[in-house]
Design a protein around this ligand. Structure first.
Ligand SMILES: [Zn+2]
Ligand SMILES: [Zn+2]
Length: 301
């Protein structure tokens, strides 16, 4: 990669459903020799291991909001990255940046795992500094990280009236940018901060028309963005590539979930530009153009 180029990998493109195909929300960004992770849903440590990222070598863990599907993999990444084996061995504090609530989450995790921490310090002689946390919180739009040519800007999104705080992120490196919507319904702030993005990664939620009549489905969809509305976001932002993640495909006993083709077809009603439906471990090389690579297992079978 040349300078200014960086890579985004979708480690988990799923939702609260414990699917083996789509793990919990988690996105990796590699720029220069730095590694950043956005959210850490179920299986985040497994996916990081799969792509060969030492768990203890993550520079910053960013959080978007506190729904458990976005954070349940966090203690695994934090604690396993401290171990002397399995590519961990972190010796400096685990850095976390998130909206208000990050301190509370990390302090309570430290309490929950206090016994494990004491045991490993006594038994394995692991350094306390490596399991310590270094947490920064923010409560408004703005730059939340700026170092070594990397700039990360948080921007508030709208995940529903009581699901607050909830923030998306714009990641800039050189003159290139990737933007992550986080969980949100159609929101102008994504357009504002998505302007000029090389890659725009957006969530989406869809249900068969018949299922949309159900009140509980309407409540879920009201917290998210329909394919048609996501298309409106993409059409106004015009990224080099738009990608879906956090794909909420709703179903019931009577209605099958919409397929990826259904979701893309509905998006096409409002957007005709470059679009890909994300998959776990799909990577994007961001340079003059955005190149998509699908995961190919290095292991036989
Ligand atoms: Zn959420
Ligand atoms: Zn979510």
């Amino acid at each position: 990669m040349t300078s200014g180029d960086f890579r985004v990998t979708l480690l988990g493109t799923g939702v609260p459903i414990p699917s083996p195909d789509r793990f919990g929300p988690c996105t990796l960004v590699e720029a220069g020799n730095r590694k950043f992770v956005f959210d850490a849903g179920r299986g985040a440590a497994i996916r990081l291991y799969q792509v060969g990222i030492p768990l203890g070598r993550i520079d910053v863990q960013f959080l978007t909001h506190y729904h458990s599907d976005h954070t349940s993999g966090l203690p695994d990444v934090w604690l396993t990255g401290w171990l002397a084996s399995h590519f961990g061995r972190r010796t400096t504090p685990y850095r976390v940046i998130g909206p208000t609530g990050a301190h509370e989450l990390m302090e309570n995790l430290e309490r929950a795992y206090a016994r494990d921490i004491e045991i490993r310090v006594a038994d394995e002689k692991l350094p306390r500094a490596g399991v310590a946390t270094d947490v920064s919180e923010f409560d408004r739009d703005g730059v939340v990280y700026a170092q070594d040519g990397v700039k990360v800007i948080a921007f508030e999104v709208d995940h529903g009236d009581v699901i607050k705080p909830c923030y998306g992120y714009r990641f800039e490196y050189g003159d290139r940018a990737a933007v992550f919507s986080s969980d949100t319904r159609y929101n102008e702030n994504v357009i504002k901060y998505g302007k000029g993005a090389d890659l725009l990664v957006h969530e989406v939620a869809s249900a068969a028309p018949g299922l949309m009549q159900e009140a509980y489905i309407q409540r879920i969809v009201a917290h998210h963005t329909t394919p048609r509305d996501a298309g409106r976001i993409f059409a106004q932002t015009r990224p080099k590539l738009a990608a879906y993640t956090h794909i909420v495909a709703l179903a019931s006993e009577r209605f099958a979930p919409p397929t990826i083709d259904d979701i893309v077809t509905e998006t096409r009603q409002t957007y005709d530009g470059p679009l890909v439906a994300g998959e776990d471990l799909m990577a994007f090389d961001i340079g003059e153009t955005v190149t998509v690579r699908r995961w190919q297992s290095p292991w036989p079978g």
